[in-house]
Design a protein around this ligand. Structure first.
Ligand code: CP
Length: 292
């Protein structure tokens, strides 16, 4: 039984085996494969989610597990119960694994030292979002065959992005080159990395746009959506300059016409909905790994 807390500490071979198993599940699209009957998995979302929460649920149901959906908004968290007490409560009821999304930084790492069942990180503050990066790598691998030698430009709110962090750490293990492009107040000195101009970023094989995370901003981080779009948005005009082999990605949810123009979301070079589709087999592989 194995937790998945992040990709920074995971060996490249381990990541590769998750991606290979995801490919197996994609090749076996039957709705339910009862490989884990009688196993209980709790989805514990202390922060909002659509894609991650539902693709975990689909993945769990396709593996034949019993799914418990915990929602902080209708739980005893509203009476002041702590995250630890909540997770410990579900553990004491006999869950076999927990999928968890948290806002506060550092809580997941501490929880993992106290909780015995495997925990899967479904988004940990602005630290890591490993299953998002796994599905991103899976999408790139399917597109290009190999990650080695690819240039991936991650554009936007790097400072608040757990997606950027997990992608940086995972992609570099495979020999891909990651460059960032962001306004100065959205760059992360702590994360490091190479920052390039928008013009340079658009030469990459993968143009990964990030959502401007207004809910994590101090006030005044962007002057206006229009100004952000003008300097850092993937506009139709900028997209017309990208190479014909390049792909556009975005973890979503999307602020249409802020970081990416509406017309580009389902552009032939966009893989945004493919990323969401790939989330299911990737999360099947991650849940199976946790339960085996
Ligand atoms: N990409 C992502 O994590 O989306 P949700 O917040 O909807 O889960």
């Amino acid at each position: 039984q194995r937790s998945l807390l992040g990709l920074k500490e995971l060996e490249r071979e381990e990541i590769e085996s998750i991606l290979d198993r995801a490919q197996y599940w994609e090749n076996h699209p039957s709705k339910v494969n009862a490989i884990a009957p009688g196993k209980f998995v709790a989805n514990m979302f202390f922060e909002n989610s659509t894609r991650t929460r539902f693709s975990f649920e689909v993945a769990e149901k396709r593996l034949g597990t019993e799914v418990l959906n915990f929602s902080a908004a209708v739980s005893s968290v509203q009476k002041g119960e702590s995250i630890y007490d909540t997770v410990r409560t579900l553990e004491s009821m006999g869950i076999d694994a927990g999928v968890i999304r948290l806002k506060p930084i550092g809580v997941l790492a501490e929880l993992a030292t106290k909780i015995k069942v495997p925990l899967i990180n479904a988004g940990d503050g602005n630290n890591e979002h490993p299953t998002q990066a796994l599905l991103d790598l899976y999408t790139m691998r399917k597109q290009f065959g190999d990650l080695k030698g690819l240039t991936v430009a991650i554009i936007g709110d790097i400072l608040h992005s757990r997606v950027a962090r997990s992608n940086l750490w995972a992609l570099t293990k495979f020999g891909a080159k990651v460059v960032f492009c962001a306004p100065e107040n959205m760059q992360s000195a702590e994360l490091g990395g190479t920052y390039v101009s928008m013009e340079e970023a658009l030469k990459a094989d993968v143009i990964m746009m990030l959502r401007v995370q207004l809910e994590r901003h101090e006030s005044g981080m962007i002057k206006s959506a229009e100004e952000y779009r003008e300097h850092y948005g993937l506009t139709v005009e900028r997209a017309s300059k990208i190479s014909s082999h390049s792909i556009i990605m975005h973890p979503a949810p999307i602020n249409r016409n802020v970081e990416i123009d509406d017309e580009l979301v389902e552009h032939p070079q966009s893989r945004i909905f493919t990323q969401m589709q790939n989330g299911v087999p990737v999360r099947m592989a991650v849940i199976e790994r946790a339960l085996n």
